[in-house]
Ligand binder design. Structure first.
Ligand SMILES: Cc1cc2nc3c(=O)[nH]c(=O)nc-3n(C[C@H](O)[C@H](O)[C@H](O)COP(=O)(O)OP(=O)(O)OC[C@H]3O[C@@H](n4cnc5c(N)ncnc54)[C@H](O)[C@@H]3O)c2cc1C
Length: 396
């Protein structure tokens, strides 16, 4: 098929690689002038790593990734261990692929190279889609700035939370502010006193109306900090807005020395903060010739570290739905198969991620301890989230 993808984020690139690998002609249009990702970490669990493996990216990913031993949920001030999800060898043995922590730019580069190895001309930059027209025979995208329109048999919207494709398919429905904002900072590990460094784990420090996630990147030479704080006022939804260090300091005053060791040593001018938005999931996100994936459809709070993983799973399942596996089905029905398969799982991630926000932010320590015990998130995620195989799960 002749397929156009809008957006060269992690989801769009994963889809391009999966579709090119199956022999389709793919053109990716990205509004940015340069390809890349922001300076921050990303976690990839087995369910998504299976797709990276399928694209032949294991060695490249592994070259810079960290394999954490566990998720550790701790009380923000005392450091009390509230819950633990073993990762490392246990995750790989149970779910068929490792758990990785990566720099976003490294993952993005790996996917970009996978696409360009299959078709060096597939990605066009400075191509901002402004409008979409669809009829029974084709779909046409119109660009800003005089670029000639592009026509295809299928359009895939991988254009993120402010998706233009979504406007065409679902209508106008703005993302909603979740009442939470996120800080992000990176710092070289040597700035932290060895006595205050955590093990090679992903630590979630849970406190009143606020939690912080800390994990290592790039062979544990870099520490990634994300701080998620409840706020009444809406803020800009942008990964590149800097805020004063004093506000970060204020948000984490009185926190455990291992958290303070990070706050005290980040670059004062490199503290980014932005609003976290999501949407109530929809079940129908395709027309006859248009569909979507990733944040364009099911933007989520990041509290299960699954937004990009869902986009990568979407990419693999969409490619399967357009392959010989569903031979004989017309395009519109293949898109229905794809979204019917994906909708319940992605909606569950959106809902459970919001519930995690409530769990991580409980004010009372005893209540938080009990809630972690009752919820047993290790059992839950090991039951449905991580074992899923986007390449093998039955489509119909
Ligand atoms: C704090 C935080 C931590 C996170 N941690 C994790 C994690 O550990 N693991 C995980 O799996 N997920 C995580 N996520 C979620 C993850 O970042 C997103 O789900 C993922 O990046 C979405 O990818 P996407 O390709 O769907 O969209 P995007 O990354 O938003 O990409 C969309 C692309 O489309 C382009 N575009 C938009 N409009 C147009 C247009 N009109 N024309 C042309 N191009 C256009 C954009 O420029 C962009 O390149 C986290 C999110 C946050 C906020």
């Amino acid at each position: 098929m002749d397929i156009v993808i809008i957006g060269a984020g992690l989801g769009g690139l994963a889809a391009a690689a999966c579709l090119l690998q199956r022999g389709h002609r793919v053109r990716v249009f990205e509004q940015a002038a340069q390809l890349g990702e922001v300076g921050a970490g990303i976690q990839m669990s087995a369910n998504a790593v299976k797709v990276l493996d399928h694209l032949g990216l294991r060695a490249q990913v592994e070259a810079t990734a960290v394999r954490p031993l566990a998720f550790e949920f701790r009380r923000y001030d005392s450091g009390e261990l509230l819950h633990r999800i073993p990762l490392g060898a246990a995750h790989e043995q149970a779910h068929g692929a490792p758990y990785f922590q990566l720099h976003r730019a490294d993952l993005h580069r790996a996917l970009q190279q996978a696409v360009q190895a299959l078709d060096p001309q597939a990605i066009s930059l400075e191509a901002r889609v402004a409008a979409i027209e669809e009829d029974s025979g084709s779909v046409t995208v119109h660009f800003d700035g005089g670029r000639p329109p592009a026509q295809a048999e299928l359009l895939v919207g991988a254009d993120g939370i402010r998706s233009v494709v979504r406007r065409h398919v679902v209508g106008v429905d703005r993302p909603r502010f979740t009442g939470q904002v996120a800080w992000r900072c990176l710092l070289p590990i040597e700035r932290i006193d060895p006595a205050l460094r955590t093990d090679i784990v992903s630590t979630i420090w849970c406190g009143p109306r606020n939690h912080a996630v800390m994990y290592y990147l790039r062979q544990a030479r870099v520490l990634n900090f994300v701080g998620c704080v409840e706020r009444d006022n809406d803020e800009e939804e942008s990964w590149t807005v800097r805020r004063p260090w004093s506000e970060l300091d204020e948000d984490y005053r009185g926190w455990h020395p291992q958290v303070r060791a990070v706050i005290d040593h980040v670059d004062r001018g490199e503290c980014f903060r932005w609003a976290l938005n999501n949407r109530e999931p929809v079940a129908d996100w395709s027309t006859v010739r248009c569909t979507m994936l990733g944040d364009a459809v099911h933007a989520t709070l990041p509290y299960m570290a699954q937004g990009a993983a869902m986009a990568i799973e979407d990419a693999a399942v969409l490619a399967r739905a357009l392959s010989d596996e569903l031979a004989g089905l017309p395009l519109a029905q293949r898109l229905q198969v794809y979204q019917r398969h994906r909708a319940p799982r992605t909606a569950r991630v959106v809902h459970e991620s919001s519930e995690m926000g409530e769990l991580y932010h409980l004010i009372d320590a005893a209540q938080m301890r009990q809630a972690f015990h009752d919820r047993d998130i290790a059992r839950s995620r090991n039951g449905w989230l991580y074992p899923y195989d986007p390449l093998g799960a039955a489509l119909v």
